[in-house]
Each structure stands twice: as C-alpha cells, then as structure tokens.
Design a protein around this ligand. Sequence first.
Ligand SMILES: *Cc1c(COP(=O)(O)O)cnc(C)c1O
Length: 429
Amino acid sequence: MTQTRDKSAALYARAETLMPGGVNSPVRAFGAVDGTPVFFKSAKGAEVETADGDTVVDFCMGFGPQILGHADERIVQAVAEAAAGGMSYGACHAGEADLAERVLAGFPWAGKVRLVNSGTEAVLTAVRLARGVTGRNKIVKFNGGYHGHLDAMLVKAGSGLATQGIASSAGVSASVAADTLVADLDDRESVEALFKAHGDDIAAVVIEPLPANNGLLIQRPAFLQFLRDITTKHGAMLVFDEVISGFRLHYGGMGDLVDVTPDIVTLGKIIGGGAPVGALIATADTMNHLAPLGPVYQAGTLSGNPLAVAAGITTLDILRTTDGPDGDIYARLEAFGQRVEDKIAAAALPNFQVVRKGSLMWFYFSDEDAPRRADHIDANIATRFSALHRALLGEGLYLPPSAYEVAFLSSAHTDAHIDRLIAAVQKHA
Ligand SMILES: *Cc1c(COP(=O)(O)O)cnc(C)c1O
C-alpha cells in the first residue's frame, strides 16, 4: 500500500467542486476518520483496486449488500443478460414475482412483498402503511436507530449523524418531528411511558431488531418480545427494519432468530445484491392496504427494475443453496466472525473488544460490557477509531470510515484476509 493517495486526492478535489462535500452520501467523505476518501476503481471478490493503484481488502462491502463479495460472476452475468433485454420497462415482468417468492421464502409468516428502490423507501412505505392500517399518526423509534433519511426517522438517528454530532436534520418540519417519539433501546420504561402518554395514537414501533447503524447494539430477545407484547396490547404495529440484518445471519430475518414475529419487515441491501432494491413484507391482509388494492398510495418508476431484480434473484439463490460450490455460506461467515472474535479476545488488548453477530463486527474501544443502547456508547471512541482506520488502511485493509459503522465480512473473504485483519488489529488497536 502506497502511503500517498494523490489520485484519490485529485479526484476528491474535483468532486468537491461538483457535489456537496464531494459525495452522494455523507459518511463517504471520511469526515469521521479525518482524511481524504479512498476512491475505488474496481472491485472483485473481497479486494478493491483503488484509484491510486493499491489493492485493499474490503471490510465494508458496500455497507452490507456485497455478502458474496464484489462482482460475483453469476450476478454479473445475470445483470448483463437482463440489461440486454431492456434497462427498465415501467411494466410488469416475470422477474418481479421470482424475486418476491425468494424474499418471502425467508419469512414464512409473511404473504406479500412490495419492491422499492432503497431501504429508505422501504421504511417510508412501511411507516405510511402502518399509519394507513391503524388510522393513527405517531411512530416510536429508538435513540440511535437509523432507518434511512426519510423525515419521520431523522430524529436521533445513527452513524452519519452521531459522527457529526447532530441529533437530527435541518429541514425536518416541527410537525413531522412531533409525530416521531423516541425511546431508548433495552429500556422498557421508556417505551411504556410513550404508550402511557400516546397509546391511542401510536401507529407503529420501528426498530432494527439487530441495531447495526450506531455501533452494534445487540438487543436482548426479551426486549424484542416486550415490544411485540406492548404493540399488540395497544393495537400498534411492530416494524422490524431488517435492511441490514435481513438475509445477513441466515436465509431470513433476525425476528426468526429471536422468535418474535413483527407486523411489517423492511429489507434492502442484500436482497439487491448491490443493485438499488428495497422491499417491505407483511401478511397479505396488511399488504393489500397498498395501492392499487387499498388506499395507501405508493409507486415507483424504477421499482422492480429488471437489472436490480436479476441481481437480487441470483444473490438469494446463491445464499439459499447450501450444497453448491459455495458450501453453506452462513456457516462460513459465522466461522470467519468467530475466528476474529476469538483471536482478538485471546490477545486481551486493553480497552478494546470486538462486538459481533455473525458476519457483522463492531470494533469497540472499551473493556466495559458491550452497550445495548446508544447513550451507553463510550464517547471517546471516535479518536481511537480514526487512528485504527488510518493504520489499517496503511496495511491495505479498508474499514467503514466511521467508529459507529459495523464492519462486514463476505463469503469472498479468505482465511488469509481474515488473518491479516486479526494481525493488523492486534498491532494497531
Ligand atoms: C441502510 C439502512 C437503511 C437505509 O437504506 P438505504 O438503501 O441506504 O436507503 C434503513 N434501515 C437500515 C436498518 C439500514 O441499515
């Protein structure tokens, strides 16, 4: 790895004159790690060629979608074939149901899917659907939960915002913000208080059942069950935002793993294999409230896009096959994660631990118990993470550029990649 990033710097200087902050999504600007963004030129498997001519091992993996690594030949071929047949129809095609079937196969309790173009759109639609079904206005979310950049959810929201120290966004009207109530993760009383005050007007509780956008705040299953119980009791809906966790830990959602069934699940990232796809799923009864059958409007020129659908179908088929050339991908990812966790734990690095669930890992700079709520995260982690990020980049290892983002493993990583990560973290953390 060269230590100069002259080409990246030049490309970034140009980008800054043309786009705010030089980026199309804030965390990419490296503001949280105090440096110049590394420009990617191409990526294959777990490795990225940078604009500066370096090869780095990617532990960000597109922030989640690339669970199979970059540019898997089967996905590339499926997308190329789809493109040759037309980039976008704005009309029905068979692939939509093919992807819908595969998504639903991971959530046996659900009946129907609507495909959208991003996780944000999925949550936006889920919130509207919950309001439409219940006839209520208020939404409960959790401090530190990130659910995309829709107005209703930009209140106390996660990594990009945590890093910049802003609690919410300008441009969100006071009336919209007033309908968003914020509770604390792992804190029943905070939820009970909101239901006590507003129970008749709460349409939904929205939570990442595995909060992974503001560190990795692993929840107790009993807390998720409590949310199921209190929403049922008050006639509110429970929305699991599984845009990161969906199909990440097994072929399905986090809800299954904790035995809690929500009313609506939002998906994104993995189900598009890197192409812009989001989805929401629920029982057929609930989903039939959406237009054209029901009064809750939702639409999209590019929704069900043939390229995106082809990428999603191929990705899910590979994930679902356990006896193919890839073997059991989820078992492989778990083994990788376990190895990182065990080796780092054995090294007993002072004030450092790996918080992990499957192939999601959060490097956390503290010996205290791993936090379960946003306000328990040690406030001083950003400086140490920034140094670790820079040192690892120097070793040719690319982490997500924020102390509050989780790192992602993929099935394209090798034992050698994993061991390089372990060695570098032991050396620099
Ligand atoms: C990434 C993410 C979103 C937003 O998805 P986009 O595709 O970036 O709009 C929403 N919720 C969760 C839990 C996410 O991780």
